[in-house]
Ligand binder design. Structure first.
Ligand SMILES: Cc1cc2nc3c(=O)[nH]c(=O)nc-3n(C[C@H](O)[C@H](O)[C@H](O)COP(=O)(O)OP(=O)(O)OC[C@H]3O[C@@H](n4cnc5c(N)ncnc54)[C@H](O)[C@@H]3O)c2cc1C
Length: 506
């Protein structure tokens, strides 16, 4: 097969936050031994947003695909491990549940584990669903180990992610990208000129220098300088579904002898929720809230009441609007990170969306001139990712029993996406949730949140009537016993970081 299409010879990435440097590292790695040039322009005066410290398991795969050594990365970014998220006060005050990353139990005679558990429950068994989750049990006991080191145990399939320092992660990725040949230009993009066909032609920096490329990647954060200002791809506001529109963040000290939770804490508050992310050297904390219900000052007071340790920095307010660009890839420009869209960080999905968008872009890699077919398909798929995540986030709120503040009362009447209503109706019949192809949140995640919030289907799938209850009970009990035993033998999280990752505390 012969191709006459002209290849892209130069990329310019604008923005040096996590999105920009992750894009630079990924493209730098791919084009390391070629004549394709990659240049990243960033403004040091503007700086980066500096949040984005909880991740999900695909980040570990991304690091691996870049050939990054996990231990080296953990040392460089003050990272800790994460098995999932502990949700506190979401169903009601004083109630908590866990959303683990991995699978729950094993299939029995081909039946989904959740269905087996439902059947046993309908026969009077009161064992909680999370008693069968490796990540939930490991979190409860503050333990960590690498699952591949526990082959042939019930823990082998456990999945983990990292908590990381956003600024240090940016620096690490920057070093990586520069070593892979990416050119870094410090400068403030002041104006953008276009060709007659509407493609971006060049960028002019404050210094007067002109920078041009065949293809541009907009990583300029919420402002979306290229995709929005220059190419007029509007930002579609999703605050009807996800009304929180501000966050206040603050860092606090972490006790250097206490257990380090191998999970993120998400605590529902009067007008939103707060996060608490343990790193090796500090805690990252934030309160995501809606300004219709409380002021910035009230949010700061609430956040400060919820933190542990001593406050290290001044609380910082970050305004945002949840939503997505109408066109994420438009003409010769791809937007990534906050320039592409934003869903509140309840399930730590933003950095993942950068990697996933990049991976998709690479699979669809355009030539210099052709783009509209690829562009349309790309935009359709990324939008599906956003819609899927939006629905999952809305789920956390809309099934809450809380009615103790106007924020939670309003959730009782809020219009929720039709796709979510349809899914909840489907679940209520017999509990089955059939995963969408390539969905990020598979059935286990939905079961964890639904069960954690006290939502159950009317009945289990009737094919399980053929399963003998006593055999089922014995099988689940044996699985639980093996799991509990395997968890006991694992090191605690802090010791693991010290011994296996060479982390030195204090
Ligand atoms: C409150 C909050 C909490 C979050 N928590 C999480 C989380 O737990 N997990 C997660 O995965 N994600 C989280 N995110 C998202 C995460 O922070 C971002 O996805 C990530 O940091 C990427 O940001 P960015 O690189 O797109 O933007 P930024 O970090 O804002 O970077 C923008 C870059 O563009 C540059 N720039 C802007 N204008 C110009 C110009 N004119 N000329 C030159 N350069 C320019 C800036 O200098 C900067 O380098 C959170 C976001 C928010 C708002």
């Amino acid at each position: 097969m012969e191709s006459s299409a002209e290849p892209i010879k130069k990329f310019v990435i604008v923005g040096g936050g996590t999105a920009g440097w992750l894009a630079a590292a990924t493209l730098g790695n791919i084009f390391r031994h070629s004549d394709v040039q990659i240049e990243l322009v960033e403004s040091e005066e503007i700086g980066i947003i500096g949040v984005g410290e909880a991740t999900i398991p695909p980040l570990v795969d991304t690091l691996e695909s870049l050939g990054i050594d996990l231990v080296e990365f953990i040392q460089a970014t003050q990272a800790t491990f994460k098995w999932g998220i502990r949700f506190e006060n979401w169903r009601q005050n004083e109630h908590s549940y866990f959303h683990p990353f991995g699978e729950l139990g094993q299939k029995i005679d081909g039946h989904e584990f959740y269905q087996c558990w439902l059947k046993l429950k309908s026969h009077g068994d009161s064992t909680p669903l999370m008693a069968y989750s490796p990540e939930s049990l490991l979190s409860e006991k503050m333990k960590f180990f690498l699952p591949h080191q526990a082959m042939n145990t019930p823990l082998a399939g456990a999945r983990f992610a990292l908590h990381l320092d956003a600024t240090l992660t940016g620096k690490y990725l920057r070093d990586y990208a520069q070593q892979a040949g990416v050119k870094r230009t410090l400068g403030h993009v002041e104006s953008i000129s276009k060709h007659l066909n509407g493609n971006i032609a060049s960028l002019t920096l404050q210094s007067g220098e002109k920078v041009s490329a065949d293809f541009y990647i907009d990583c300029t954060g919420f402002k979306g300088l290229l995709i929005g200002n220059a190419l007029n791809s509007n930002y579609q506001d999703w605050s009807e579904s996800l009304p929180c529109n501000r966050a206040v963040t603050v860092q606090t000290t972490i006790d250097q002898t206490d257990d380090i939770p191998p999970y993120t804490i998400s605590r529902a508050q009067d007008a939103g929720w707060s996060w608490h992310i343990p790193l090796q050297h500090r805690m990252g904390n934030g309160y995501v809230f809606c300004d219709k219900y409380i002021s910035d000052e009230q949010a700061i007071t609430t956040l400060l009441k919820n933190v542990t340790g001593t406050v290290i920095n001044e609380p910082k307010i970050i305004p945002f609007t949840t939503g997505i660009r109408e066109k994420i890839w438009h003409k010769n420009c791809l937007s990534l990170g906050l320039a592409q869209g934003f869903l509140e960080p309840l399930e730590s999905t933003a950095i993942h969306l950068v990697s996933k968008s990049l991976a998709l872009f690479i699979r669809m890699f355009p030539a210099k001139t052709e783009n509209s077919v690829l562009e349309n398909e790309f935009n359709r798929r990324v939008r599906m990712d956003y819609e899927e995540i939006r629905d999952f986030l809305v789920l956390h709120y809309c099934i809450s029993e809380r009615q103790d503040t106007p924020f939670w009362q309003d959730w009782q009447h809020r219009k929720i996406p039709a796709s979510l209503t349809q899914r909840l109706d489907f679940f209520s019949q017999q509990g089955g949730l059939i995963p969408e192809v390539e969905a990020l949140f598979q059935s286990t995640s939905w079961y964890a949140v639904l069960d954690g919030m006290g939502i159950e289907p009317k009945r289990y799938n009737m094919t399980l009537d053929a399963l003998d209850v006593d055999k089922l009970r014995a099988s689940l009990a044996a699985g639980k016993l093996a799991l509990t035993h395997s968890v006991e033998t694992q090191p605690d999280h802090r010791s693991f970081l010290q011994k296996y990752c060479g982390v030195q505390f204090g």
